[in-house]
Write a protein that binds this ligand. Structure first.
Ligand code: HEC
Ligand code: HEC
Ligand code: HEC
Ligand code: HEC
Length: 106
């Protein structure tokens, strides 16, 4: 009986940890940017179903784009990095906003 309880506790603990890890690695469902130009609401979850993670997280690091863009001299400025990645794909797929006011809502 004691062994069974220990085993069950172990299973519960492992699955709880796994859930936390999954929640962390897929990131937030929605990300809101609030530049002066107007708020951009990015549905991260919906976009995850459109392409591979590495299309956007192109270095394989799941960190903020601004941890490199605007910091690393070799990386384009963050505004250009977002605009290029977001708008180019919308143009290519002929879906998703490409006009300023399609993304920036005041
Ligand atoms: C269409 C582009 C796109 C796709 C596809 C995508 N992401 Fe993201 N992800 C982003 C953007 C943009 C952010 C916000 C980061 C920022 O603005 O600095 C983000 C944020 C994250 C974060 C939080 C990073 C942090 O430190 O705040 C994690 C974790 C993450 N993504 C994981 C994933 C995983 C795992 C996948 C694949 C299942 C994925 N993403 C697919 C664009 C994307
Ligand atoms: C670990 C650092 C790092 C992170 C994190 C990172 N980038 Fe980059 N990015 C770079 C560097 C360095 C370059 C320039 C060299 C290259 O093209 O690989 C670059 C280039 C780019 C380019 C230009 C590609 C081209 O073909 O001209 C875009 C667009 C871009 N990044 C968007 C993003 C977006 C959006 C995010 C966040 C989802 C992001 N990057 C996260 C380092 C990073
Ligand atoms: C891999 C291609 C791809 C990339 C990269 C991408 N998008 Fe999209 N996006 C799409 C497609 C396809 C749609 C239309 C399908 C849909 O609505 O789910 C869309 C729709 C949208 C919409 C309107 C629908 C909604 O979710 O409200 C917004 C806003 C948007 N994208 C913002 C962004 C932003 C901001 C970025 C950059 C951080 C980005 N997208 C990067 C492909 C992409
Ligand atoms: C596909 C969505 C999308 C479109 C279309 C778009 N933007 Fe953006 N824009 C963004 C995202 C995402 C950011 C990053 C916001 C942040 O870093 O807080 C941004 C940032 C900016 C910034 C920088 C704000 C700051 O404080 O750094 C300016 C200015 C801007 N956009 C102007 C424009 C103009 C002008 C247009 C039309 C020519 C446009 N944007 C079209 C998504 C878009």
């Amino acid at each position: 009986m004691k062994k069974l309880i220990i085993l069950l506790t172990a299973i519960i603990l492992v699955s709880a940890i796994a859930t936390v890890v999954i929640a962390v690695t897929t990131g937030p469902d929605e990300i809101k940017y609030t530049p002066k130009m107007g708020t951009v609401t990015f549905n991260h979850l919906a976009h995850q179903g459109l392409t591979d993670c590495s299309t956007c997280h192109h270095t394989g690091d799941y960190t903020q784009c601004k941890s490199c863009h605007g910091v690393d001299q070799n990386a384009p400025k963050s505004k250009d990095a977002y605009h290029k990645q977001c708008k180019n794909c919308h143009k290519e797929m002929e879906q998703g906003p490409t006009k300023c006011k399609g993304c920036h809502i005041r």
